[in-house]
Structure formats: C-alpha cells, structure tokens
Design a protein around this ligand. Structure first.
Ligand SMILES: NC(=O)c1ccc[n+]([C@@H]2O[C@H](COP(=O)([O-])OP(=O)(O)OC[C@H]3O[C@@H](n4cnc5c(N)ncnc54)[C@H](OP(=O)(O)O)[C@@H]3O)[C@@H](O)[C@H]2O)c1
Length: 216
C-alpha cells in the first residue's frame, strides 16, 4: 500500500477497526474511506455496491460484523447469521466488481470444531461439529473465509482472511452479558475490586467508629 492509497475500513468505530485505523494513521496513511453503520448499512447490497462504485477504494479491511460473547451469540442467533452473511457477501462481491487490490476479512477462532485438537490447526476447519451456542456466527465466518477463497480461486482476487483469537483493547465492549470473555472478565475483576473496596472502606469506617467509642 502507498501512503496515499485509498483505504476502506469497514467497521472503523469498532474495537478492531479503530485499532487498524490508529495503526495506519500512525504509519502515515491518510486517504481513508470511513462510514458508520448509521451512514451505511452494510447489509444493504445496493448501498454497498453504490459506495464501491462512487469511491473506488483500493484496499479494504473488513472489520464490520455483528459481534458478541456467548450469551449474545446464543440469544440473537438469526441476526448473527443473517447480518454477518449479508455484510461480508456485499463487501466481498463489490470489492471484486470494483477491482479492489487487496481485501482482508477477519474470521474468528470459533470457526474451528468444538473438540478440535489444541493448539488449533488450520486443517481442523470443517472436520467436526461446531460449538452449538455460537454456531450461526461461526457458520457466517466460515462462509466469509470460503468467499475470500472462492473469489481468489475463480477471479484471482487478492482477498485473504486472518483468524484473530480472543482480542481485547481500547474501545472494547464491557457489557456484562454481551461482551467477549476477556473484557467480560476485566469488567468482573473491576467490579469486584470496586465492591471489595467499598466493603473495606465500610469496615474501616466501622472499626474507626468502634475505636472512637472505645477511646471516649
Ligand atoms: N473482538 C474479538 O475478540 C474478536 C475476535 C476474533 C475476531 N474478531 C473479528 O473482528 C471483527 C471486528 O470485531 P470487533 O470486536 O471490533 O467488533 P465491534 O467492536 O462490535 O465493531 C463492529 C463494527 O461493525 C460495524 N457494524 C456492525 N453492523 C453493521 C452494519 N449493519 N452496517 C455497518 N457497519 C456495521 C459497527 O459499526 P458502527 O460502530 O458504525 O455501528 C462496528 O464498528 C469482526 O469480524 C470479528 O468477528 C473479533
């Protein structure tokens, strides 16, 4: 990529997308195409086609997705499948049609079977059943990986997929039900410290009061 290349980061306000944007800005890249979900619903095929036709991005980071932890995955099964299939299909096909030079799709470690040998190996993909609670999300992610593969095979597109595992960082989601495991744990540790702290303060106040009673 040249410093002035036109780069589209889909999902630039999310945890991963905003980290990619920060990193590229720090490296001197300046020519970004950025749209929030309010400005452009990536599930809408025509809007996505129009965006690519109008702006002709050269490089695409596909970091937009419906994302969440196990509870969210299991509660919104239809949305996790439909939204992710639509977003990735629309972007990957439009990127092909507008001759994007390179596209990065982000998968997830949940694409691997529930009982895959550890440490995970790429060959384990599609070798057994998935974890049931996040199966719709995982199937959408596998479809995205297969889309990049198929577009590479059939059209010689330079489209690739990377499989980040449990990520955490700036701009993460700490919601008690909808977050991923690491931010969820950070939230619980933080809450526990806060609660213990107030218990300690209460205990200190009580023992101070007692010592006052004793000394007076
Ligand atoms: N977080 C992890 O631990 C983890 C692990 C493995 C893989 N990944 C992958 O990394 C990618 C990004 O994850 P993340 O954690 O950064 O997620 P995130 O913080 O929830 O961000 C998701 C982004 O997607 C955008 N988006 C969602 N629905 C949209 C729609 N209908 N139209 C347009 N944009 C939409 C949102 O845009 P707005 O902000 O504008 O609403 C948001 O910026 C995903 O593909 C995910 O599978 C994440």
């Amino acid at each position: 990529m040249e410093l002035e290349s036109k780069i589209y980061i889909a999902g630039h306000r999310g945890m991963v997308g905003s980290a990619i944007l920060r990193n590229l800005r720090n490296k001197g890249y300046t020519n970004f195409l950025l749209k929030t979900s309010h400005e452009l619903d990536l599930r809408d095929q025509k809007s996505v086609n129009d965006l690519f036709k109008e702006y002709q991005p050269e490089y695409v980071f596909l970091a937009a997705a419906k994302v969440g932890g196990i509870i969210a995955n299991n509660s919104y099964r239809a949305e996790f499948l439909y939204d992710n299939l639509m977003m990735e299909s629309n972007i990957i096909n439009s990127a092909h049609q507008s001759k994007v030079k390179k596209l990065l799709f982000l998968g997830s470690s949940c694409i691997y079977p529930k009982f895959a040998a550890q440490p995970l190996k790429e060959e384990s993909l599609l070798s057994d059943y998935l974890e049931q609670t996040n199966e719709p999300y995982a199937i959408a992610k596998i479809a995205g990986i297969k889309l990049t593969e198929a577009y590479r095979d059939q059209y010689d597109c330079n489209f690739i997929s990377a499989m980040p595992t449990n990520l955490y960082g700036t701009g993460d989601n700490y919601h008690p039900q909808n977050s991923h495991v690491i931010p969820g744990m950070i939230h619980k540790f933080y809450k526990a410290i806060q609660e213990n702290k107030s218990e300690v303060e209460l205990w200190e106040r009580k023992s101070n009061a007692n010592s006052c009673i004793l000394t007076t």
